[in-house]
Design a protein around this ligand. Structure first.
Ligand SMILES: [Zn+2]
Length: 65
């Protein structure tokens, strides 16, 4: 398990291997974490501004690699 802070809401989260961002952060501890809630609202926002469906938006994760 890892402790990290969400880039957006600055809250602290403990994430495990079930989180898709876990391995990236473990590999690169200073990389950004976006919690599920912020991830969801980002996807919602992108959906609203681009008209994409959620399934078209793969993972926001990709932006932070
Ligand atoms: Zn957050």
């Amino acid at each position: 398990m890892l402790e990290t802070n969400c880039t957006f809401c600055k809250k602290e989260f403990t994430i495990g291997p079930s989180d898709s961002q876990y391995y990236r952060i473990r590999r690169k501890p200073d990389s950004r974490y976006v919690c599920k809630k912020c991830n969801q609202s980002m996807q919602q926002e992108a959906q609203n501004s681009t008209g994409l469906k959620p399934e078209d938006i793969d993972k926001y994760d990709a932006f932070f690699r």
